[in-house]
Design a protein around this ligand. Sequence first.
Ligand SMILES: Nc1ncnc2c1ncn2[C@@H]1O[C@H](COP(=O)(O)OP(=O)(O)OP(=O)(O)O)[C@@H](O)[C@H]1O
Length: 506
Amino acid sequence: MSAPAPSLEAVGMTMRFGDFTALDNVSLSVPPGSFHALLGENGAGKSTLVKCIMGFYHATSGALLVDYREARIQDPRDAQALGLGMVYQHFTLVPSLSAAENLVISRGDTPALINWAAERARLEAFLAGMPFRVPLDRPVSSLAAGEKQKLEILKQLYLGSRFLILDEPTSVLTPDEADEVLGHVKALTVSGALSVLMISHKFREVRAFADDVTVLRRGALAGRGRVAELTNEDMAAMMMGKAQIGSAPPRTGTPGDAVLELRGARARDRSGFKEIGIEDLKVRAGEIVGVAGISGNGQVELMEVLTGQRRLLSGAMTVQGAPYAATRAQARRHRVRYLPEEPLHNACAPHMSVAENLALRDFDSGRNGTGGRIFLGRARMARRAEELIRSFDIRTRGPQAQIRDLSGGNVQRAALARELSGDVALLVVANPCFGLDFSAARAIRDRLMQARNDGVAVLLISEDLDEILELADRVLVMSDGHITHEARADQAKPAELGRYMAGHAA
Ligand SMILES: Nc1ncnc2c1ncn2[C@@H]1O[C@H](COP(=O)(O)OP(=O)(O)OP(=O)(O)O)[C@@H](O)[C@H]1O
């Protein structure tokens, strides 16, 4: 790569939203060719800081220096022109196009009529200078998550970025994929070709790859230092202050009768070309059944079947012994609740307030679940919201804040608060701790265990094997659309589960 990596300094950055200060006089310095981690609990201000750097937000005050010169970044194009690029948790690639096509169209200057031979030669020349590559001609949808994330990084480098902001870049990757991707990124920083600022919640990755760390807490700088000179306890203390993480509630009681049953259930997968098939899945009252698997192995389709968004081609689904198609009336009658992935988009009304979102479930249920359309009174809604905000520790400016302005982790807590309040028989959750810091993850996991101990049947679909091993009574592995393995969680061996997850076990 030609241009050397730039340095970046943020000096006294403050960002106010109305009378709320999301970022309070925060400074951070990333020398050229270094790998800098940005840590903080959910809502600490990490995304706000990087959005100010990238020109998505205009800081209320403060300055940015790129290569020791003041940079005026009005919008993301200015940031790109200065060599700053961003890679997100979720992919931004076009799934139906190949890697080569994705790279070429990502350039703003692509002509309407593309000379593919010339573009291909240009791409090959670019890739020849890269320490890693990805298959260029397959549709991106067929690439594994690790390959997609490598392509996101290559895309930024192809666009000329020499300073990468990585926002939880390994959330959807397996630990091996994460190490491979971050290993390549690290090598680029060591060679001086790239500077990196990475938002992460994973101490393991910070420790393995970052040179320096900055920690934010409630919008303010809480600490910084060389990673090699800090212990995990030091970093945790900076993140959380004096607050300690309590120990998890013990598992109590034994499972009762089956609440959810799927038998011989077949449904099309998203491509429409394959099928998923669940021969026999039972979740009992007072039991957590974990469905482990690498993303893209039918978990999304299974969730869609369970939530009534995907039709069964054959087989049966029952809840409490009755046929179940997940209509709203059935879900209400059988006290079934869902926490889907990305709750802001899938389980919330983003423009509505926290209080309204916490009450959403009740809008069409009437005062006593009779189905009468009686809207909750404002005062009662506000009282209830305040209770849930307190007991689930939702960090918000108040019940009237729009839910889309909450940090990711706090949206998650709000959705879970709503789904777990009231009388629940079956709870279906997908990746409930995705993107959460560890104290938020701890809080959510404790709630799930508590629900189980209270007799709720919990189906936990998760890509996080540690989470499943901690919470589940039984583990099922889903691979290529089918349940390929079942084990009691206390007897399961992670390596063996990993082999089934990868589809390698007999
Ligand atoms: N556009 C906005 N309007 C109002 N408040 C906002 C806005 N964006 C963020 N905030 C608030 O600023 C605070 C910091 O949020 P931010 O998204 O930066 O946190 P974060 O550290 O990135 O958290 P997470 O780890 O959950 O992503 C939060 O309390 C959030 O509610």
